[in-house]
Design a protein around this ligand. Structure first.
Ligand code: HEC
Length: 157
């Protein structure tokens, strides 16, 4: 019993101390996604879907939930955002080569078709990010249409 109490206090102290460590936030001051939006031209409706379901992890501006103020959740979210951005960052679209853009759009089709994106952990707390079949189709059509503009490789279905 004594040990359990000690462990309890130990954990509490660790919990309190890690609150002093905060990963820096992913909130660029002047992030426009101009290049990406002009080039891929999503409809207003689709733009909103992407904003609600993808941009938090795939752009330079994340809208953080309140619980991001609590460690270790903050570290966990930070890792997701960093990892997501490393793979695909719509804010950096203008710096991608055509080949890379085409490939990323191919990946978008794959991920959305297979229901791998947005991540399930994200939709637990972001119900508006759960994609309906129509929304999924809208993303697929848009991504395939964008790929057709790049005119590379085998034509998308
Ligand atoms: C909670 C954060 C998060 C959200 C929201 C999210 N993603 Fe991701 N995404 C990731 C992470 C992390 C990876 C890399 C690891 C992996 O593939 O699971 C990734 C990988 C990807 C990749 C693969 C890129 C590559 O070349 O490997 C694509 C494409 C993608 N996401 C598209 C989307 C789309 C489209 C949406 C919205 C419908 C979305 N993601 C929403 C975190 C997220």
């Amino acid at each position: 019993m004594k040990y359990i109490k000690k462990i309890g206090w130990g954990l509490l102290i660790v919990f309190v101390l890690i609150q002093f460590y905060r990963p820096s936030k992913n909130m660029a001051v002047s992030d426009t996604m101009e290049s990406f939006l002009v080039e891929t031209n999503p409809s207003q409706e689709l733009k909103l879907i992407l904003k609600q379901a993808c941009f938090d992890c795939h752009s330079n501006t994340t809208v953080y939930p309140w619980y991001n103020n609590i460690a270790p959740i903050s570290f966990w979210l930070d890792a997701h955002v960093k990892d997501g951005k490393k793979h695909l960052n719509f804010s950096e679209w203008g710096n991608y080569t055509i080949k890379k853009k085409d490939h990323k759009m191919e990946e978008v089709v794959e991920m959305v078709k297979e229901g791998k994106m947005p991540l399930t952990e994200y939709t637990w707390t972001h119900k508006e990010a759960v994609l309906t079949p129509d929304q999924k189709q809208a993303i697929l059509d848009w991504a395939n249409h964008t790929r057709a503009l790049y005119q590379l490789g085998p034509k998308p279905e």
